[in-house]
Design a binder for this molecule. Structure first.
Ligand SMILES: [Zn+2]
Length: 265
């Protein structure tokens, strides 16, 4: 009987040690999946985005997103995807379907703005007007504006826009992402047709300088929002305090479900 007790104690001790060892080795590793969406890209179709020589939005969206992907991949435990890798047509539905298929934690759509009147300048970020998606997307939008403002861009604000129905989001990326429950933001970095913003874009003969600066600002905003850290870059945003706000009831709508739209799941 005593022999059995000793053997049982030894077995128990070994088992406990194994469990502790297992916990130490397989402690959960934080992982984030980020989908970057370079806007437009129709090339020979109508969806080429803004064009104000020497700037072409579809090219700048893609180049900025590629630089952003490269920097984000220097963070620990991060997987980054692009919705397009060339100037080829990709529908809004395909972009968000892709984000859903890879389990995106955030869908970050990269754009540059223009008005034609050349009067507006600065950065603005659009997020869903639906209550829960607004709450989940706001910190990213806020951090993006802060980082872009640090480059000298005028912060126009975190904005929402509803479609004609007055119920769902105007922008398809946000509307579809909301139905899938994916937080998302459309980041308009600056205006390609405004003299103030063009002065920044033209600091160097090619848009490489500006796109690199914008990509770094975006990467920092994403890292802060998702509490990432990077041994390669020597930065740790795991304790970054994200902005918490009360949801402004005047600009948000109720959460819309696929069933309410008759779209199925
Ligand atoms: Zn655009």
């Amino acid at each position: 009987m005593r022999k059995h007790s000793i053997r049982f104690c030894r077995l128990s001790a070994a088992l406990i040690c194994s469990v502790f060892l297992c916990l130490a080795v397989s402690s959960p590793v934080f992982a984030a999946v980020i989908v970057l969406d370079p806007g437009h890209g129709g090339n020979l179709t109508e969806d080429i985005g803004a064009v104000y020589p020497p700037f072409s939005e579809q090219d700048m969206d893609l180049f900025t997103a590629q630089l952003l992907k490269a920097e984000l991949e220097l963070y620990d435990g991060v997987t980054v995807y692009l919705t397009r890798t060339a100037n080829t047509p990709v529908t809004l539905q395909q972009r968000v379907d892709f984000a859903k298929s890879v389990g995106a934690d955030f869908l970050y759509s990269v754009h540059y703005n223009a008005t034609g009147s050349h009067t507006y300048h600065g950065s603005e970020v659009y997020i869903s007007a639906q209550k829960s998606m607004y709450e989940r997307s706001f910190p990213m939008a806020w951090n993006s504006l802060q980082e872009l403002a640090a480059l000298g861009m005028h912060p126009k604000g975190v904005r929402v826009r509803l479609g004609k129905s007055g119920v769902t989001d105007y922008y398809g990326i946000l509307r579809i992402a909301s139905l899938y429950g994916i937080p998302a933001a459309i980041v308009e970095h600056c205006y390609l047709d405004n003299p103030t913003d063009r002065a920044f874009l033209l600091k160097e003969p090619s848009p490489v300088f500006a796109c690199t600066a914008f990509a770094h600002a975006d990467a920092t905003a994403i890292a802060k929002t998702l509490h990432l850290k990077s041994r390669a870059l020597g930065v740790d945003y795991s304790a970054h305090p994200n902005m918490q706000i009360s949801v402004p009831v005047s600009i948000v709508t109720i959460d819309i479900t696929p069933e309410m739209l008759g779209a199925g799941s």
